[in-house]
Design a protein around this ligand. Structure first.
Ligand code: ZN
Length: 422
Protein backbone atom coordinates (compact mmCIF):
# COMPACT_ATOMS: atom_id res chain seq x y z
CA UNK A 1 0.00 0.00 0.00
CA UNK A 2 0.96 3.61 -0.62
CA UNK A 3 -0.50 6.73 0.95
CA UNK A 4 -0.26 9.87 -1.14
CA UNK A 5 -1.06 13.18 0.55
CA UNK A 6 -1.53 16.46 -1.29
CA UNK A 7 -2.52 19.97 -0.36
CA UNK A 8 -2.89 23.60 -1.28
CA UNK A 9 -3.66 23.48 -4.96
CA UNK A 10 -6.75 25.68 -4.58
CA UNK A 11 -6.73 28.84 -6.60
CA UNK A 12 -9.19 31.64 -6.11
CA UNK A 13 -8.59 33.13 -9.52
CA UNK A 14 -8.60 30.01 -11.65
CA UNK A 15 -11.05 28.18 -9.45
CA UNK A 16 -8.90 25.07 -9.16
CA UNK A 17 -9.82 22.85 -6.28
CA UNK A 18 -7.67 20.33 -4.40
CA UNK A 19 -10.39 17.67 -4.61
CA UNK A 20 -10.28 17.93 -8.40
CA UNK A 21 -6.51 17.49 -8.40
CA UNK A 22 -6.77 14.42 -6.16
CA UNK A 23 -9.49 12.97 -8.37
CA UNK A 24 -7.25 13.54 -11.41
CA UNK A 25 -4.34 11.76 -9.72
CA UNK A 26 -6.60 8.85 -8.69
CA UNK A 27 -7.94 8.58 -12.25
CA UNK A 28 -4.48 8.50 -13.79
CA UNK A 29 -3.45 5.71 -11.40
CA UNK A 30 -6.61 3.73 -12.16
CA UNK A 31 -6.09 4.19 -15.93
CA UNK A 32 -2.79 2.30 -15.67
CA UNK A 33 -4.54 -0.64 -13.99
CA UNK A 34 -3.64 0.28 -10.41
CA UNK A 35 -6.17 0.19 -7.57
CA UNK A 36 -7.37 3.20 -5.63
CA UNK A 37 -9.07 2.09 -2.40
CA UNK A 38 -10.33 5.48 -1.32
CA UNK A 39 -9.66 9.19 -1.49
CA UNK A 40 -9.81 11.16 1.77
CA UNK A 41 -10.89 14.78 1.98
CA UNK A 42 -9.46 16.20 5.21
CA UNK A 43 -10.51 19.55 6.62
CA UNK A 44 -7.72 21.13 8.66
CA UNK A 45 -8.07 23.82 11.35
CA UNK A 46 -10.42 26.38 9.79
CA UNK A 47 -8.79 29.09 11.92
CA UNK A 48 -5.36 28.72 10.30
CA UNK A 49 -3.97 31.87 8.77
CA UNK A 50 -2.98 31.69 5.06
CA UNK A 51 -5.68 29.10 4.57
CA UNK A 52 -6.90 28.32 1.12
CA UNK A 53 -10.64 28.03 0.64
CA UNK A 54 -11.97 25.57 3.18
CA UNK A 55 -8.46 24.46 4.14
CA UNK A 56 -8.72 20.99 2.59
CA UNK A 57 -6.02 18.34 2.17
CA UNK A 58 -6.41 15.07 0.27
CA UNK A 59 -5.04 11.55 0.56
CA UNK A 60 -5.13 8.80 -2.06
CA UNK A 61 -4.87 5.22 -0.75
CA UNK A 62 -3.53 3.04 -3.56
CA UNK A 63 -1.54 -0.07 -4.40
CA UNK A 64 0.67 1.98 -6.74
CA UNK A 65 4.42 1.70 -6.04
CA UNK A 66 5.88 4.75 -4.24
CA UNK A 67 7.70 5.98 -7.35
CA UNK A 68 4.62 5.70 -9.55
CA UNK A 69 2.39 7.49 -7.04
CA UNK A 70 4.99 10.25 -6.64
CA UNK A 71 5.55 10.71 -10.37
CA UNK A 72 1.85 10.84 -11.22
CA UNK A 73 1.10 13.32 -8.41
CA UNK A 74 4.13 15.44 -9.28
CA UNK A 75 3.04 15.59 -12.91
CA UNK A 76 -0.54 16.63 -12.12
CA UNK A 77 0.41 19.14 -9.43
CA UNK A 78 3.24 20.68 -11.50
CA UNK A 79 0.83 21.45 -14.33
CA UNK A 80 -1.48 23.23 -11.91
CA UNK A 81 1.18 24.84 -9.71
CA UNK A 82 2.75 26.57 -12.69
CA UNK A 83 -0.42 28.35 -13.65
CA UNK A 84 -2.28 28.72 -10.34
CA UNK A 85 -2.24 32.02 -8.49
CA UNK A 86 0.64 33.04 -6.26
CA UNK A 87 -1.14 32.24 -3.00
CA UNK A 88 -1.18 28.52 -3.71
CA UNK A 89 1.83 26.61 -2.42
CA UNK A 90 1.25 22.96 -3.29
CA UNK A 91 2.86 20.02 -1.52
CA UNK A 92 2.85 16.25 -1.86
CA UNK A 93 3.97 13.58 0.60
CA UNK A 94 4.16 9.89 -0.27
CA UNK A 95 4.31 7.24 2.46
CA UNK A 96 4.80 3.49 2.13
CA UNK A 97 2.59 0.96 3.90
CA UNK A 98 -0.93 0.69 5.21
CA UNK A 99 -2.57 4.03 6.10
CA UNK A 100 -3.66 2.52 9.45
CA UNK A 101 -0.03 1.87 10.36
CA UNK A 102 1.52 5.34 10.07
CA UNK A 103 3.79 6.24 13.02
CA UNK A 104 2.17 7.74 16.12
CA UNK A 105 3.86 11.07 15.45
CA UNK A 106 2.26 11.29 12.01
CA UNK A 107 -1.12 10.32 13.47
CA UNK A 108 -0.87 13.08 16.09
CA UNK A 109 0.28 15.53 13.42
CA UNK A 110 -2.98 14.86 11.57
CA UNK A 111 -5.13 15.38 14.67
CA UNK A 112 -3.32 18.56 15.58
CA UNK A 113 -3.70 19.87 12.01
CA UNK A 114 -7.46 19.92 12.57
CA UNK A 115 -7.26 21.65 15.94
CA UNK A 116 -4.03 23.61 16.09
CA UNK A 117 -1.16 25.06 14.11
CA UNK A 118 1.85 23.49 12.40
CA UNK A 119 4.91 25.02 10.78
CA UNK A 120 6.67 23.87 7.62
CA UNK A 121 9.66 23.01 9.82
CA UNK A 122 7.49 20.64 11.95
CA UNK A 123 6.25 18.95 8.81
CA UNK A 124 9.73 18.66 7.25
CA UNK A 125 11.12 17.08 10.42
CA UNK A 126 8.37 14.47 10.60
CA UNK A 127 8.73 13.69 6.90
CA UNK A 128 12.47 13.19 7.32
CA UNK A 129 12.11 11.03 10.44
CA UNK A 130 9.48 8.85 8.79
CA UNK A 131 11.53 8.57 5.58
CA UNK A 132 8.72 9.79 3.31
CA UNK A 133 9.15 11.24 -0.16
CA UNK A 134 7.92 14.81 -0.41
CA UNK A 135 7.97 17.85 -2.61
CA UNK A 136 6.79 21.38 -1.98
CA UNK A 137 6.26 24.04 -4.62
CA UNK A 138 6.94 27.74 -4.06
CA UNK A 139 7.08 28.34 -0.29
CA UNK A 140 6.24 24.67 0.32
CA UNK A 141 3.48 25.27 2.87
CA UNK A 142 1.43 22.55 1.18
CA UNK A 143 3.54 19.80 2.76
CA UNK A 144 1.83 20.56 6.10
CA UNK A 145 -1.62 19.56 4.83
CA UNK A 146 -0.18 16.75 2.72
CA UNK A 147 1.44 15.17 5.78
CA UNK A 148 -1.76 15.66 7.80
CA UNK A 149 -3.67 13.85 5.05
CA UNK A 150 -1.17 10.96 5.22
CA UNK A 151 -1.77 10.59 8.99
CA UNK A 152 -5.53 11.12 8.86
CA UNK A 153 -6.73 7.52 8.42
CA UNK A 154 -5.13 6.59 11.73
CA UNK A 155 -5.67 10.01 13.31
CA UNK A 156 -9.44 10.24 12.98
CA UNK A 157 -12.16 7.73 13.82
CA UNK A 158 -15.36 9.52 12.81
CA UNK A 159 -15.85 9.51 9.01
CA UNK A 160 -18.50 10.91 6.73
CA UNK A 161 -18.85 11.06 2.93
CA UNK A 162 -19.15 13.66 0.21
CA UNK A 163 -20.16 12.81 -3.32
CA UNK A 164 -18.73 15.60 -5.47
CA UNK A 165 -19.68 16.11 -9.10
CA UNK A 166 -17.53 18.20 -11.47
CA UNK A 167 -18.51 20.41 -14.38
CA UNK A 168 -17.43 20.13 -17.99
CA UNK A 169 -14.21 22.21 -18.12
CA UNK A 170 -15.57 24.61 -20.75
CA UNK A 171 -18.32 25.65 -18.33
CA UNK A 172 -16.02 26.56 -15.42
CA UNK A 173 -16.64 30.12 -14.35
CA UNK A 174 -20.14 30.28 -15.83
CA UNK A 175 -23.42 30.08 -13.87
CA UNK A 176 -24.28 26.57 -12.73
CA UNK A 177 -27.45 24.97 -14.06
CA UNK A 178 -28.92 22.90 -11.24
CA UNK A 179 -32.66 22.39 -10.75
CA UNK A 180 -33.25 23.48 -7.15
CA UNK A 181 -36.59 21.64 -6.84
CA UNK A 182 -34.93 18.35 -7.73
CA UNK A 183 -32.24 19.04 -5.12
CA UNK A 184 -34.87 19.60 -2.39
CA UNK A 185 -36.82 16.47 -3.39
CA UNK A 186 -33.73 14.28 -3.34
CA UNK A 187 -32.48 15.84 -0.10
CA UNK A 188 -35.86 15.23 1.61
CA UNK A 189 -35.97 11.62 0.40
CA UNK A 190 -32.62 10.81 2.01
CA UNK A 191 -32.58 13.02 5.12
CA UNK A 192 -30.97 12.43 7.59
CA UNK A 193 -28.59 9.96 5.90
CA UNK A 194 -27.57 13.00 3.88
CA UNK A 195 -27.42 16.42 5.51
CA UNK A 196 -26.49 20.01 4.69
CA UNK A 197 -27.62 19.52 1.09
CA UNK A 198 -30.18 22.32 1.37
CA UNK A 199 -31.24 24.93 3.90
CA UNK A 200 -34.98 24.51 4.36
CA UNK A 201 -35.26 27.76 6.30
CA UNK A 202 -33.72 29.98 3.64
CA UNK A 203 -34.68 27.85 0.62
CA UNK A 204 -31.08 27.61 -0.58
CA UNK A 205 -29.38 24.62 -2.22
CA UNK A 206 -26.24 24.82 -0.10
CA UNK A 207 -24.67 21.85 -1.90
CA UNK A 208 -24.08 24.07 -4.95
CA UNK A 209 -21.04 26.34 -4.45
CA UNK A 210 -21.14 29.98 -5.51
CA UNK A 211 -17.42 30.34 -6.14
CA UNK A 212 -15.94 29.73 -9.58
CA UNK A 213 -14.38 26.32 -10.00
CA UNK A 214 -14.89 22.79 -11.21
CA UNK A 215 -17.35 21.60 -8.52
CA UNK A 216 -20.98 21.38 -9.65
CA UNK A 217 -22.32 20.23 -6.26
CA UNK A 218 -21.30 18.13 -3.24
CA UNK A 219 -23.66 15.81 -1.36
CA UNK A 220 -22.66 15.14 2.26
CA UNK A 221 -23.86 12.43 4.57
CA UNK A 222 -23.26 9.37 6.69
CA UNK A 223 -24.16 6.85 3.99
CA UNK A 224 -22.15 6.88 0.73
CA UNK A 225 -24.93 5.14 -1.21
CA UNK A 226 -27.49 7.71 -0.09
CA UNK A 227 -25.10 10.51 -1.17
CA UNK A 228 -24.84 8.97 -4.65
CA UNK A 229 -28.60 8.37 -4.78
CA UNK A 230 -29.29 12.05 -4.07
CA UNK A 231 -26.83 12.98 -6.82
CA UNK A 232 -28.59 10.63 -9.27
CA UNK A 233 -31.90 12.42 -8.66
CA UNK A 234 -30.59 15.93 -9.20
CA UNK A 235 -31.40 17.44 -12.58
CA UNK A 236 -28.54 19.59 -13.82
CA UNK A 237 -26.14 20.45 -16.62
CA UNK A 238 -24.03 17.47 -17.70
CA UNK A 239 -21.64 16.07 -15.12
CA UNK A 240 -18.09 15.61 -16.38
CA UNK A 241 -16.98 13.28 -13.56
CA UNK A 242 -17.73 12.51 -9.94
CA UNK A 243 -16.24 10.83 -6.89
CA UNK A 244 -17.31 9.95 -3.35
CA UNK A 245 -14.70 11.15 -0.87
CA UNK A 246 -14.27 9.83 2.67
CA UNK A 247 -14.00 12.88 4.91
CA UNK A 248 -13.72 14.30 8.42
CA UNK A 249 -16.33 16.91 7.50
CA UNK A 250 -19.22 17.18 9.92
CA UNK A 251 -17.27 15.65 12.81
CA UNK A 252 -16.21 18.58 15.04
CA UNK A 253 -12.60 17.37 14.73
CA UNK A 254 -11.52 21.00 15.21
CA UNK A 255 -13.01 21.39 18.71
CA UNK A 256 -11.08 20.89 21.90
CA UNK A 257 -12.39 21.00 25.45
CA UNK A 258 -11.26 24.18 27.14
CA UNK A 259 -12.10 26.81 29.71
CA UNK A 260 -13.21 30.41 29.26
CA UNK A 261 -10.08 31.60 31.03
CA UNK A 262 -7.63 29.69 28.80
CA UNK A 263 -9.31 30.08 25.37
CA UNK A 264 -6.89 31.58 22.83
CA UNK A 265 -7.24 33.08 19.36
CA UNK A 266 -6.80 30.67 16.47
CA UNK A 267 -8.30 27.64 18.22
CA UNK A 268 -11.82 26.24 18.44
CA UNK A 269 -13.35 25.05 21.69
CA UNK A 270 -16.13 23.53 23.73
CA UNK A 271 -16.47 25.81 26.77
CA UNK A 272 -18.78 25.82 29.79
CA UNK A 273 -19.96 29.11 31.20
CA UNK A 274 -22.77 31.26 32.45
CA UNK A 275 -24.33 34.08 30.47
CA UNK A 276 -22.94 37.23 32.07
CA UNK A 277 -23.92 39.91 29.55
CA UNK A 278 -27.31 39.87 27.90
CA UNK A 279 -27.49 39.37 24.10
CA UNK A 280 -27.27 42.56 22.12
CA UNK A 281 -27.84 43.03 18.37
CA UNK A 282 -25.22 45.32 16.85
CA UNK A 283 -24.75 47.02 13.52
CA UNK A 284 -24.92 44.55 10.64
CA UNK A 285 -27.31 42.29 12.55
CA UNK A 286 -24.60 40.47 14.50
CA UNK A 287 -25.64 39.33 17.98
CA UNK A 288 -23.17 39.40 20.87
CA UNK A 289 -23.32 38.23 24.47
CA UNK A 290 -20.80 37.46 27.21
CA UNK A 291 -20.15 34.28 29.13
CA UNK A 292 -18.06 33.82 32.26
CA UNK A 293 -16.69 31.13 34.49
CA UNK A 294 -15.16 31.60 37.94
CA UNK A 295 -11.94 32.98 36.46
CA UNK A 296 -12.71 34.99 33.36
CA UNK A 297 -15.19 36.15 30.74
CA UNK A 298 -15.41 35.89 26.96
CA UNK A 299 -17.51 37.50 24.22
CA UNK A 300 -19.56 35.18 21.97
CA UNK A 301 -21.03 36.15 18.61
CA UNK A 302 -23.68 34.88 16.22
CA UNK A 303 -23.02 36.69 12.96
CA UNK A 304 -25.63 37.87 10.50
CA UNK A 305 -25.25 34.93 8.04
CA UNK A 306 -26.34 32.54 10.80
CA UNK A 307 -29.83 34.06 10.28
CA UNK A 308 -32.49 32.32 12.44
CA UNK A 309 -29.85 30.97 14.84
CA UNK A 310 -29.58 34.55 16.10
CA UNK A 311 -33.13 34.31 17.46
CA UNK A 312 -32.03 31.42 19.68
CA UNK A 313 -29.13 33.50 20.89
CA UNK A 314 -31.33 36.54 21.52
CA UNK A 315 -33.48 34.34 23.78
CA UNK A 316 -30.60 33.78 26.19
CA UNK A 317 -30.74 35.50 29.59
CA UNK A 318 -28.13 36.42 32.13
CA UNK A 319 -27.67 33.44 34.44
CA UNK A 320 -28.32 30.72 31.84
CA UNK A 321 -25.72 27.96 31.97
CA UNK A 322 -24.31 26.95 28.59
CA UNK A 323 -21.74 24.96 26.68
CA UNK A 324 -20.62 27.04 23.68
CA UNK A 325 -18.69 25.75 20.65
CA UNK A 326 -16.73 27.70 18.06
CA UNK A 327 -13.50 29.31 16.99
CA UNK A 328 -11.98 32.14 18.98
CA UNK A 329 -10.59 35.04 17.00
CA UNK A 330 -9.97 38.61 18.13
CA UNK A 331 -11.04 37.52 21.60
CA UNK A 332 -14.52 36.53 20.46
CA UNK A 333 -15.95 33.03 20.12
CA UNK A 334 -17.78 32.65 16.81
CA UNK A 335 -20.70 30.43 17.76
CA UNK A 336 -21.26 27.23 15.77
CA UNK A 337 -23.52 25.59 18.31
CA UNK A 338 -24.41 25.80 21.99
CA UNK A 339 -26.08 23.63 24.60
CA UNK A 340 -28.45 25.08 27.17
CA UNK A 341 -27.60 23.28 30.42
CA UNK A 342 -29.75 25.32 32.79
CA UNK A 343 -32.22 28.14 32.18
CA UNK A 344 -32.62 31.07 34.51
CA UNK A 345 -36.41 30.92 34.88
CA UNK A 346 -36.95 33.56 37.53
CA UNK A 347 -36.80 37.31 37.70
CA UNK A 348 -36.86 39.59 40.71
CA UNK A 349 -39.83 41.94 40.89
CA UNK A 350 -41.24 44.46 43.36
CA UNK A 351 -43.52 42.43 45.67
CA UNK A 352 -47.30 42.84 45.85
CA UNK A 353 -49.16 43.08 49.13
CA UNK A 354 -50.56 39.70 50.24
CA UNK A 355 -53.61 41.43 51.78
CA UNK A 356 -54.74 43.99 49.19
CA UNK A 357 -52.76 43.00 46.06
CA UNK A 358 -51.33 46.48 45.53
CA UNK A 359 -47.68 46.93 44.53
CA UNK A 360 -45.62 47.50 47.67
CA UNK A 361 -43.26 50.46 47.99
CA UNK A 362 -39.64 50.51 48.98
CA UNK A 363 -39.24 51.22 52.64
CA UNK A 364 -35.85 52.81 52.05
CA UNK A 365 -32.49 51.53 51.02
CA UNK A 366 -32.00 48.01 52.43
CA UNK A 367 -35.28 48.32 54.40
CA UNK A 368 -37.39 45.98 52.27
CA UNK A 369 -40.90 46.81 50.99
CA UNK A 370 -44.09 47.96 52.70
CA UNK A 371 -47.74 48.33 51.78
CA UNK A 372 -48.80 51.86 52.62
CA UNK A 373 -52.45 50.85 52.91
CA UNK A 374 -52.19 47.75 55.08
CA UNK A 375 -48.81 48.26 56.75
CA UNK A 376 -47.61 44.76 55.73
CA UNK A 377 -43.91 44.49 54.99
CA UNK A 378 -41.47 42.11 53.37
CA UNK A 379 -37.67 41.86 53.35
CA UNK A 380 -36.83 42.04 49.67
CA UNK A 381 -37.90 41.59 46.07
CA UNK A 382 -40.12 38.70 45.07
CA UNK A 383 -39.10 36.00 42.58
CA UNK A 384 -41.39 35.60 39.61
CA UNK A 385 -41.24 32.62 37.27
CA UNK A 386 -40.93 33.56 33.62
CA UNK A 387 -41.63 31.61 30.47
CA UNK A 388 -38.59 30.86 28.31
CA UNK A 389 -38.53 30.29 24.56
CA UNK A 390 -35.51 28.00 24.82
CA UNK A 391 -35.33 24.42 26.00
CA UNK A 392 -32.53 22.42 27.53
CA UNK A 393 -30.27 20.94 24.85
CA UNK A 394 -28.23 21.73 21.76
CA UNK A 395 -28.89 24.46 19.20
CA UNK A 396 -26.89 25.03 16.02
CA UNK A 397 -26.39 27.37 13.07
CA UNK A 398 -28.43 26.47 9.97
CA UNK A 399 -26.88 24.48 7.09
CA UNK A 400 -26.17 27.68 5.08
CA UNK A 401 -23.76 28.87 7.80
CA UNK A 402 -22.19 25.53 8.73
CA UNK A 403 -18.41 25.21 8.54
CA UNK A 404 -17.20 22.14 6.65
CA UNK A 405 -15.76 20.51 9.74
CA UNK A 406 -18.61 21.34 12.16
CA UNK A 407 -20.84 18.43 13.18
CA UNK A 408 -24.55 18.78 12.41
CA UNK A 409 -26.70 17.89 15.42
CA UNK A 410 -28.75 15.43 13.36
CA UNK A 411 -25.69 13.14 13.22
CA UNK A 412 -26.27 12.38 16.91
CA UNK A 413 -23.89 11.46 19.70
CA UNK A 414 -24.50 14.65 21.69
CA UNK A 415 -24.81 14.67 25.47
CA UNK A 416 -28.26 16.29 25.62
CA UNK A 417 -31.46 16.67 23.64
CA UNK A 418 -30.87 18.14 20.16
CA UNK A 419 -32.76 20.87 18.26
CA UNK A 420 -31.41 20.30 14.73
CA UNK A 421 -31.59 22.83 11.90
CA UNK A 422 -32.53 21.23 8.57
ZN1 ZN B 1 -51.93 46.05 51.19
Amino acid sequence: MTVLGLDDTDSRERGMCTTYVADTVARRLAETGLTVDRVLLIRCNPAVEHKTRGNAALAVHTDAPIETAFDVAEGVVSDIAETADERTNPGIVVAPGNPSDVPGKVMRFAREAARGHHTRTDAREHIETAGYRARGWKNGRGVIGALAAVGAWRGFTDWTYEHITYREPDRWGTDREVDVDSVFEAADAHYPDVWDTVDRGSGEAVCVPRTPGPVLYGIRGDDPEACSAVSDHIESESVDRSRTFVTNQGTDAHLRDGAVSTARDGHAYRLDGRVADAPETRRGGHVFFGIEDVDDSLACAAFEPTKRFRDRVRNLRVGDRLTVCGEVSNGTLKLEKFAVRELNRTELVTPTCPDCGRTMKSAGRGQGYRCRECGTDTEGKAERRIERDLEIGWYEVPPRARRHIAKPLIRGGFDAQIHPEK
